[in-house]
Design a protein around this ligand. Structure first.
Ligand code: SAH
Length: 346
């Protein structure tokens, strides 16, 4: 039986050095190879790597970047949405956004999702599989290669639940932030979760100064369980207590996401209840990011008209709140919808 090849882009430089030495080559080659891979280059594109070593590497390693299957570019703000094809023919999405403070890439962490949030397109077909660290990193490398621009911020808010793919997410975070790697600072990376409490505690102990974003979307258990099944397992009090522990342990302010859905969670009274539940459980400053619902045909949920009133109420009660600027509105730039369209063709 053929030995399994190394998924080389998932490995830290020290491991690549070990492989290079095993192949009877000098250690410095590892750094060169690593540098090429981060540019999305392999094989004969690695110009200063001797052909003999290129061949040896091909025998023991596999290097595959996500392939651009479709690409939509917003005429309004230049936002680019990618549908990437993976090695096994599965699809994921990433979104490249230009902000004043630099370019942000929103990446996927799983093929599909099993969390079942009622408003979300990514979960409609369930979860197919986890992404490997190299597939997460590969989205950034492929987007940089395609745009010719550097990504300086990463948000794990694409398809999937990053904390449901915990080990690969942590490996990815270490890889992407390493000095010799893409060197994207952990403070420039947000990991978004629907609220897997034990994993939030585990993340707090990793010593990684990422920003944790928690998808709250509700001010009480009735509302939250109605739109997010995960709340049946980890109710809002437990989730917010975990957020507080995270803050105490790491000193990092948690950011809450709150998608406003007409008639579900968007009244001014709801804003007041949100303010009081946050103050009760979370003892640091917290920030609420309000997101107007992106309508997904299958869910029949509608976006709220109360966004500003909701925000003003929160602010008047001393809660830091902003409305997320919508980029790429002409290309439906939130995740999950392109993959569904593409799957529907087969
Ligand atoms: N699973 C993670 C990260 C992926 S979703 C999480 O739940 O946080 C990224 C964010 O987009 C989450 O806050 C999610 O609730 C939100 N979201 C999903 N579908 C949406 C939609 N149709 N409109 C607006 N926000 C949505």
């Amino acid at each position: 039986m053929e030995n399994k090849k190394y998924d080389i882009l998932s490995l830290p430089l020290s491991e690549i050095e070990r492989i290079v030495i095993e192949l009877g080559e000098p250690k410095f080659r590892a750094k060169q190879i690593f540098g090429w891979m981060l540019k999305g280059m392999w094989g004969e594109e690695m110009r200063n790597i001797p052909l003999s070593l290129q061949k040896k590497l091909d025998d023991v390693c596999e290097f595959r970047l996500p392939k651009v299957k479709r690409k939509l570019v917003s005429k309004i703000d230049g936002t680019v949405k990618y549908l990437f094809e993976l090695i096994d023919g599965e699809y994921i999405e990433s979104v490249f956004m230009r902000y004043e403070h630099g370019n942000t890439l929103c990446i996927s962490s799983q093929v599909g999702c099993r969390m079942g949030c009622k408003f979300c397109a990514s979960t409609l077909l369930g979860r197919v599989r986890d992404l490997t660290p190299s597939e997460m990193l590969g989205q950034i490398i492929a987007a940089q290669r395609d745009t010719g621009e550097r990504v300086s911020n990463v948000v794990m808010m694409g398809i999937g639940e990053p904390l449901d793919n915990y080990d690969n997410t942590v490996s990815f975070l270490k890889l992407v932030s390493s000095d010799e790697g893409l060197n994207i600072g952990l403070r420039h990376i947000s990991v978004s979760t629907c609220g897997l409490v034990p994993k939030i505690d585990q993340m707090a102990s990793e010593g990684l100064p990422i920003t944790l974003s928690v998808s709250l979307h509700a001010y009480d258990n009735e509302v939250r369980s109605g739109i997010m099944p995960v709340n049946n397992k980890y109710p809002i009090e437990e989730l917010l207590s975990a957020c507080n522990r995270y803050f105490v342990r790491t000193g990092r302010r948690i950011s809450f996401e709150y998608t406003l859905i007409a008639g579900k969670n968007d009244t001014v009274e709801g804003a007041a209840r949100l303010a009081s539940v946050l103050k009760k459980y979370v003892h640091g400053t917290c920030h609420v990011n309000l997101i107007p619902l992106n309508e997904v045909e299958e869910t029949r949920l509608e976006t709220s008209k109360n966004v500003n009133a909701f925000k003003n109420k929160l602010v008047s009660l001393g809660i830091n709140a902003t409305v997320r600027r919508k980029l790429g509105s002409d290309i439906n730039a939130s995740c999950g919808q392109l993959r569904r369209q593409e799957k529907g063709k087969n």
